[in-house]
Design a protein around this ligand. Sequence first.
Ligand SMILES: *Cc1c(COP(=O)(O)O)cnc(C)c1O
Length: 407
Amino acid sequence: MGATTQLIHSIPVDPHTGAISVPIYQTSTFVQEAPGVNKGYDYARTGNPTRTVLENLIAQLEGGHTGVAFGSGLAAIDAVLKLLQSGDEIIAVDDIYGGAFRLFEQVYRKFGINVTYVDTTNPERVFNAITPNTKLIWIETPTNPTLKITDIEAIAKIARAHRCLLAVDNTFASPALQKPISLGADLVIHSGTKYLGGHSDLIAGLVVTKDKELGEKIKFLQNASGAILSPFDSWLLIRGIETLHLRIRQHGASARAIAAFLEQHPAVGKVFYPGLPTHPGHDIAARQSKGFGGIVSFTLKDDTQAAAKDFVTSTGLFKLAESLGGIKSLVSHPATMTHKTIPSEKRKAAGVADSLIRLSTGLEDTEDLLEDLRQALDKLLTRTPAGHAVQPEGRAKQPVVKAAVSA
Ligand SMILES: *Cc1c(COP(=O)(O)O)cnc(C)c1O
C-alpha cells in the first residue's frame, strides 16, 4: 500500500457514529462508572480522543512508537529537554532554530544544563565534542536558513556508542521526505505549525519516540507540565496532515524549478538548496530523504541589507512574513527578521549574509512564482538609489544618477 493510502486510511472512522471526519471532543472531563473505571479517558490534559487520533497518526507517519501533541513546537522541544537533569550536557547543531537556542540558553542553562554547539555536518566534530556528561545530541537537517545537511545515520552511530539520545527536529523535511527514527534517531520533534499543518492557521508541536519507554516519559512530562494541544487544533492538524504527501510533492517541484531559475539570474549571488548537485550536502540529502523540500535561500550579488529589503518588498505572490510551510509562498530576510538579534559578525559566520533571502515555496502555480521572482530580481538590476547600483565588474564606480524606474 502506498504511503498516502496508508496515511488516509489510518485515520479511523468514528466507531460510535460513523462520522468520516474525526470528531472534536470538546470536553474537559469524562464520566466514570466507578472510581478508576472509565473508557480510557479521565481528564483531558492527560488524554483526549481527538488528540489521540493525531498522536497515533504522527507516530505511524514517523515510524515511531508513541506520538505526543503539544501546544507549540517549542513546547515539544521543552518536554524533550525535561528528560535531562542538572549537570547533563547537550551537543546541538550550530545553526539551530532561534527559538530552541533561546530556550537552551536563557531557560535551561540556569538549571545547569549546558549546550555545546557544533557543525554537525561533520560527524567527527560531534564525536570530538562528546563528554561523559553528554546525554542528548540535537540536530536539524536541513537547517534554517542555509539548509545545511547532517548525516542522521552517522550521528546516530555516535549517539548509540556513547549511550546518549539523538533528537532530530524534522520540521523542515517532514515525514513525507525523511524518517529519522528509521535512520537511528530516538526522538523526532516537529513544529506542526509548518508543513504538517500546512495552511498557516495553527500553532502546534509534536514529539515521536522510537520506543514505548521514552514515550511514557514524554507523556508523563506533558501531563505534569500541561502543554497540550487543544481538541480543535488537534483536529485541524489531522486535516492538514491528510494532504501532506500531495503538498510536499508540489512544494518540492516548485522549489526545484525556483532554485534552478535563481542560479542563472544575474542579480543572484549564491543559491542554497539541497536539491542542487552543487550543494555540499546534496549526496547525503539524496540518500536519507525522498526529496529536497520547499525552502530555497539565496544571496544577492549586491550583498547589502538595502538590496535585500528592496527585493522582499517587491514580490507580490511571495508575502513578507516569518514562518514557512503553508500554501501561500512566503519570503523573509533573516538578517533583519529572525536573526536580527545575533551580532552581525556571528550571523555572517553562520552563513546568514546581509542579503540572504529565504523563500518558502507555496502551492501556487510554479510559472507564476517564477514570474514573481523574475520581476523582483530584474528590478534590482536597474536599482540605483543611495549608490547601491549594481556595477559591472571591473569598472570604476560611476556617479549615481537616479534611474527612472516605473512603479
Ligand atoms: C518554527 C520552528 C520551531 C518552533 O515551532 P513553534 O510551533 O513556532 O513553537 C522549531 N523548530 C523549527 C525548525 C521551526 O521551524
